[in-house]
Design a protein around this ligand. Sequence first.
Ligand code: NA7
Length: 538
Amino acid sequence: SAATRATGFDAIILGAGIAGMYQLYRLRQLGLTVRVFEAGTGVGGTWYWNRYPGARFDSESYTYGYAFDEALLQDWNWSEHFAAQPETLRYLNHVADRFDLRRDIRFEARVTRAQFDEAAREWEVALEGGETHRARILITAIGPLSAATLPRIPGIEDFRGTSFHTYRWPHEPVDFAGKRVAVIGTGATGVQVIQTIAPQVGQLTVFQRTPNWCTPLHNRPITEDEQARIKAGYPEMFELLRRTPGCYIHDTDPRGTFEVTEAEREAFWERLYSEPGFGIWMANFRDVLTDPKANALFSDFVARKIRQRVKDPATAEKLIPKCHGFGTRRVPQETRFYEAFNLPHVSLVDTRETPIERITAAGIRTSEAEYAFDVIIYATGFDAITGSFDRIEVRGTGGQRLKEHWADGPKTYLGLMSAGFPNLLTIVGPHNASTRCNIPRCIEQNVDWVTGLLRHMQAQGLTRAEATPEAEAEWSAHIEELAAGMLYTQVDSWATGINRNVEGKTVRRILQYQGGAPQYRARCDAVAEQGYAGMTMD
Ligand code: NA7
């Protein structure tokens, strides 16, 4: 690879999660010299950091594992339909061992700055501590949900008990027996933590600002028969995942909510509520996420379920979202989450009624009461999608900063490149389909596309590739068009770029490709087939 070889590596990859590991594997096949920089002490990304109790898949395990290697698929046995974090981390370590990935990964190496050197046509990357490395190509695999954020509440440093953000969970198990525990946050993470620790703790107080529409996961072990069927059925299953909008085994129902009788509708919704996984979100009537009337009717159905499951009517009402409809925010999947609030030692504080004023040495003070705790768990989420980019000082041609280029919302081409940032490829970046996707499926697509581009550059002896400003403008407008009419765009959430714990993240943005993964894949493939249309290369 002499043609693409610069003074350092052919390519530097940031992050050794699912994306970085697979990109390393692919680039080795091209014969490139690659270095991966990873902040953690091990591989796994999301599954390395999120060690909180109850962390597990919401995708069926066998749909989530890597698809690129048939022997790997046949050798690995998932134990449950929705595997827990320790199993997923074991799986990713198994993959790292099996493909001998670790020898090209530097652990405990956090990248703080990346600067494009126009004359040399290479990126200079600086690690925390000052060490620098150079490479022709820079690939970010830094994750859409990796910049964890604590709430902006005064006094966090004053607390004398134990406290963690769920993403920065300790590696040693935490003993909750007899402890007075607070959980702040009721997103997908908070729900998993709350339902898991509720039976273990002495006392649990949940601080909820916005309730979410949670639906049953219905997890269970995979039987031996099922294991055999899953393995024999992989080719057909992956074919199905290529056709569905989010690469799940759940496909949209072609019917409209009001095209069926009330009895049929109720029966269909009862069935969805009783079935495992995301079917209730992904395989509902086709208009539930776009037609306000359909959405309201289905939200009522889920509200009825919550009222049936939570014994105290006042608590049930607090747990029912009033300001956003079902599926307009990420749907947390739960296992006896609502029943946790029936336990005598579990209580719910609505922080809109009684805001948290400060964290104290002893616990939490709201406008109404002072609570004492041994443990505070911050399940307060992430500076999502662009936050991990903002935390690195990425500078392209003329020294312009990526954060500035994206100040009024991301500007990208295919969600994989940005004009003015040559030789930078953003796996799972903003504007691509991956955060609306069963993510490893979209990661594999992103990585394969990037690998194809680098193979092309290698074959043609090209050393510089960049999206044109016109292609970037067109793609960014296309992103806006695709999201028009979707109810989620009218709601604050990480998917619309809102995080009030971060300066400046108060304006809703379209951050995701909403046309569905098959259409996204087709667009990317067409660009490649047209000799990388919309890009300049020399
Ligand atoms: P989310 O979904 O962003 O949830 C964060 C939660 O923390 C949410 O309930 C927030 O309330 C709450 N929060 C944040 N700041 C505060 C303050 N200051 N006071 C009270 N409550 C607060 O993050 P998750 O980790 O649960 O999930 C992220 C994704 O990871 C998830 O969607 C999966 O795809 C995997 P808010 O709703 O903003 O009122």
